[in-house]
Design a protein around this ligand. Structure first.
Ligand code: AMP
Ligand code: MG
Length: 408
């Protein structure tokens, strides 16, 4: 039995970053940038107005006030996308709109609200110092500037910035292709007729959703019966997959056949037992070039192991560094007994106490078949091996479960 950290380190060591590919901006959200986004133009391309109003020479309107207004002659218009071709001279002004290019000669904008117009002459009621409401050329960014650094998972905001920088194609890491095979004679797919003593195999669907929420591409291989030949056949064809994930059939029951089935295919085993609960039986190794992660069958164990191991593996394949995540803490809402030598991940709900502190209260029952409590949990409380008994109010480490728009 090896520790969680060691298991994770061994898995990550076998997950080099995948090659880069070019994708259009429409497919870029959530992918990891392999090369930086570099601005192909300067924004704004020239000085423009930030408001609707009048482009003026600041010195012309320096003394303007409601009592002593300054009258200017309007000589043209500068809408967004159009420029006034001439020059603003003394006593002149150009009607300008938000985004309109600042005309030659003008250096300031008087907003519409501080003016009055008789259709030809414009009365200015307030001064506007040089640069007032002017967006200088390159205020947002300049051609050649890095907009988004390589190694970052692209957010909605990044997509907007890349678009503004006129970068319609990006170099991103290929999405990891993860094949998911469930095992078990008792399983049928959701929607199928459920016979006596059969249950729904939910792991394939939950793991595929997990993979996709994490930026991978999942292929559900279906359900393999607990029979060596069928398992061998189904696990032998991992063509095109960057990682094969199996669920079930990896503990010590006589129907736990995944290891045996892989044995005939030149399987090289790295480890298959970890000091963790839920999820002691966790198998990792390779067949040929394909790494294989054998997750436990119990639905909670398989998803918790996905959170702890599969997620970081998918990140690594996308070239995301494993920057240590800031430890998240909460106070315990109920006492816990001392822990044994396995690292515990307890499903818990989060509330806030009167001081605004987060309180994590574990569910009473933590059976690893209970998927409903996992779905209803807000976090997992992480208890290290041999942790002493803890009282309500003690601080504990947690893994929050809902992240971003698509929660895990
Ligand atoms: P195993 O690791 O194959 O012994 O499975 C452990 C438990 O998890 C058994 O009760 C299985 O019925 C259950 N199980 C295995 N695979 C799945 C699955 N895909 N969906 C739901 N339950 C499963
Ligand atoms: Mg089984």
């Amino acid at each position: 039995m090896i520790a969680v950290e060691e298991a994770l380190a061994r898995i990550l060591a076998a997950m080099p970053a995948l090659p880069a590919e070019t994708v259009g901006l429409r497919e870029a959200l959530g992918r990891v940038l392999a090369e930086p986004v570099i601005a192909r133009l300067t924004q704004p391309p020239s000085a423009v107005s930030a408001m609707d109003g009048y482009a003026v020479r600041a010195e012309d309107v320096a003394t303007a006030s409601p009592g002593t207004p300054v009258t200017l002659r309007q000589i043209g218009e500068a809408p967004a996308g159009g420029a006034y071709g001439g020059t603003v001279g003394p006593g002149e002004t150009v009607r300008i709109f938000t985004g309109g290019p600042l005309p030659e000669g003008a250096d300031s904008i008087v907003i519409q609200e501080n003016t009055a117009s008789d259709g030809k002459n414009i009365t200015i009621l307030k001064p506007a110092p040089a640069g007032h409401y002017v967006r200088p050329e390159g205020l947002d960014f300049r051609a050649g500037e890095v907009g988004v650094a390589a190694g970052r998972r692209l957010t909605v905001r990044d997509v907007g910035l890349a678009a503004a920088m006129n970068v319609p194609w990006l170099r991103t890491r290929r999405r990891p292709r993860i094949a998911v095979l469930s095992t078990g004679d008792e399983l049928v797919m959701p929607g199928e007729v459920v016979g006596p003593n059969q249950i729904i195999g939910s792991n394939g669907l939950s793991l595929a959703a997990f993979v996709e929420a994490r930026g991978g591409e999942a292929m559900i291989l279906g359900i393999a019966p607990d029979n060596i030949d069928a398992l061998a056949r189904l696990t032998s064809d991992t063509r095109g997959a960057d990682l094969l994930v199996t669920t079930g059939g990896v503990s010590v029951g006589e129907h736990d056949l995944v290891r045996e089935a892989l044995g005939d295919q030149g399987f090289s085993l790295d480890f298959w037992k970890i000091a963790m609960r839920p999820g002691k039986p966790l198998l990792f190794g390779t067949v040929g070039d394909t790494p294989i992660l054998g997750l436990p069958g119990n639905p909670v164990s398989s998803l918790v192991c996905a959170i702890v191991f599969l997620g970081p593996a998918i990140d690594a394949m996308q070239g995301l560094g494993q920057a240590p995540k800031p430890a998240t803490a909460a106070v315990l809402g109920a006492p816990l007994g001392p822990n044994d030598r396995r690292q515990d991940y307890l499903r818990a709900q989060l509330t806030h106490d009167g001081d605004g502190r987060r309180v994590a209260t574990p569910f009473d029952r933590q059976d690893s078949s209970m998927l409903a409590t996992l779905a209803h949990a807000d976090c997992l409380i992480v208890r290290p091996p041999q942790a002493p008994a803890a009282a309500a109010g003690d601080t504990v480490a947690i893994v929050p479960l809902a992240g971003g728009v698509i929660g895990i």
